[in-house]
Design a protein around this ligand. Structure first.
Ligand code: GLP
Length: 241
């Protein structure tokens, strides 16, 4: 694991975006794995800046998002579909048909999930996966569990995740309790991974991920087994390592 400690979230954004931009410059049809949450926003801002300055074009880039809430429509202001459009897609030249955010309300969950994994494989696999981390060590929406998960599936969110996500909703009852997420194995299939975290509330999860044993009790700890992972964190998130 390449662990780098930065002073600010903005510096992390610059460093993470640089890796992504260099990848797209080397291969203009790169496949990106994208994440939501506050952690990747500075990275997305840097990508938008680079696009506006004609440093990079996303016109042949494809993207697959990690996860989506169940029980709210894609058009909801809190859906990850909306998040991605507001924070990245609407501000760059990526083609709508080249962006995929999981359907949070598929008619047949199993068929949908299998199809999502196949679409990623058929596209050639994810070149760079952007990740945040939950306070409990989750990646995507892979919550602490007894076993590491495999492909895309429907998950029940833990109380800690629902609690962390309620800041975006009017009432805690409105926070979705289930989600469709790429599995841990699908995340590990990415050729390169950039995990971003800031703040003291992530310090324990970062400790467990970097220094703990590889265990599904901290899903992110599996990243120790990947050969090309960048962990970009600030001093607060690094305070326990
Ligand atoms: C949600 C997302 C994760 C994200 C996490 C942390 O649970 N499903 O992909 O990593 O939030 O979000 P934040 O970066 O806002 O702390």
């Amino acid at each position: 694991m390449d662990v780098k400690i930065f002073n600010t979230a903005e510096e992390i954004g610059v460093a993470a975006a640089e890796i992504i931009i260099n990848k797209i410059k080397a291969d203009d049809s790169a496949i990106l794995g994208l994440a939501t949450g506050s952690s990747p926003i500075p990275t997305y801002n840097e990508l938008i800046k680079a696009y506006n300055n004609n440093v990079v074009s996303f016109k042949n880039v494809k993207s697959f998002n990690l996860d989506e809430y169940c029980g709210i429509p894609a058009s909801d202001r809190n859906s990850y579909y909306t998040f991605m459009h507001q924070n990245l897609f609407n501000s760059i030249d990526i083609k709508e048909e080249n962006t995929q955010v999981p359907d949070g309300n598929p008619e047949d969950v199993e068929v949908f999930c299998k199809g999502y994994d196949e679409a990623i494989k058929n596209a050639g696999g994810i070149d760079i996966q952007v990740l945040g981390i939950g306070r409990n060590g989750h990646i995507g929406f892979n919550e602490p569990a007894e076993k590491f998960t495999k492909g895309t599936y429907k998950v029940k969110l833990t109380e800690s995740t629902i609690e962390a996500n309620k800041r975006f909703f009017d009432k805690v009852e409105d926070v979705p309790t289930e989600a469709i997420t790429m599995g841990v194995e699908s995340i590990l299939d990415a050729k390169e991974i950039i995990l971003i975290a800031t703040g003291t509330d992530k310090a324990q999860a970062i400790h467990d991920m970097v220094k703990g044993e590889v265990s599904p009790a901290c899903p992110a700890s599996i990243l120790q087994k990947h050969s090309n992972v960048h962990i970009f964190i600030d001093k607060d998130a690094a305070s326990l390592i």
